[in-house]
Design a protein around this ligand. Structure first.
Ligand SMILES: N[C@@H](CCC[C@H](N)C(=O)O)C(=O)O
Length: 299
């Protein structure tokens, strides 16, 4: 019998970003790409991202979290999913500890301290953005990744060009445009996600700065396509807007699924070294048990 059979899952969302939380603490099981895709095929467990909790690996942390996209690939960060995991570990009647108001999660990308602001609102310290070309990563060296050479469409009339690259635990390319909703993201997204300039592929953002403290954003997610919201994408958009001197260091980022407040702190006067804080809601939808028949097909 597969170790995942009949395991309880929580179906949640972070501003409409579909998140499934699976608690594997106390087991050694690592979800394979096939198993992740099999879980996504189960209508009640369907996700943009699957957040799998494992026993903590570092002192002072509450859990190690593996993050899977709907295509089975793994990611280092998921802002919306992190808030959902925090809700599960603090408020879920079966796995939550209501005494907790803060916790620290670890992912492949590092440590994520989370603070509970209210019943359903959490602030995640998403860490410091990484901005060097080989940290994004890009395949070619660019001294300045805030406006690097990349365009699609006709050479003399590109549809999109000169994005800003930001790594928020995962790679992002942010294009500044007048109206993010004026583009066929369904068509452009996969071309850019898989462009040879991104050796690890990339999440693609279309951002409009409508005021120094407001950004409108749409995201094509690596491994998941268009989602209602992307937390790390919202952080990347704010960081990119600050680097391009288009916005203040704190702004509301409006995604199709709702708003996130993002702040890029300074660190000892060093503008590029501070951490990015993301505040927003997490919503529980339902729970269920994984269907062994579907998992059997993944074996
Ligand atoms: N929805 C996410 C980002 C999930 C990971 C991403 N698709 C990747 O592969 O990097 C978020 O809220 O940050």
């Amino acid at each position: 019998m597969n170790a995942l059979a009949h395991r309880r899952f929580l179906k949640m969302n972070g501003l409409g970003n579909q998140i499934t939380v699976l608690d594997l603490r106390g087991t050694k099981h690592l979800v394979s790409a096939q198993e992740a895709r099999a879980i996504a095929a189960e209508p009640r467990a369907r996700f943009d991202q699957l957040m799998v909790l494992h026993d903590p690996q570092a002192a002072g942390t509450d859990a190690f979290v593996r993050i899977y996209n709907v295509d089975g690939t793994e990611a280092g960060a998921c802002g919306n999913g992190t808030r959902c995991v925090a809700w599960a570990m603090m408020a879920d009647p079966e796995m939550g500890d209501p005494a907790k108001t803060a916790l620290t999660l670890q992912t492949k990308a590092g440590l994520l301290p989370v603070k509970r602001e209210s019943e359903t609102v959490f602030t995640v310290d998403m860490g410091a953005p990484r901005l060097a070309w080989d940290e994004i990563p890009l395949t070619e060296p660019f001294a300045d990744t805030s406006r690097f050479e990349l365009q699609i469409g006709p050479i003399d009339a590109p549809i999109l060009h000169s994005p800003c690259a930001v790594n928020m635990g995962n790679p992002h390319a942010v294009f500044f445009v007048e109206d993010p909703y004026a583009y066929n993201l369904e068509q452009i997204g996969p071309l850019l996600e898989n462009h040879p300039i991104f050796p690890d592929r990339a999440n693609i953002e279309l951002a409009a700065v409508t005021a120094p403290d407001h950004i409108v954003l749409r995201v094509w997610e690596r491994g998941a396509g268009i989602t209602q919201a992307c937390g790390s994408g919202a952080c990347a958009a704010l960081v990119a807007a600050v680097r391009r001197e288009l916005s203040a260091r704190k702004a509301v980022v409006s995604l199709p699924g709702g708003d996130l407040t993002i702040e890029w702190r300074e660190s000892d006067g060093r503008k590029d070294a501070g951490h990015v804080l993301m505040t927003g809601a997490a919503a529980f939808e339902w729970d269920g048990r994984l269907d062994p028949a579907l998992l059997a097909s993944a074996a």
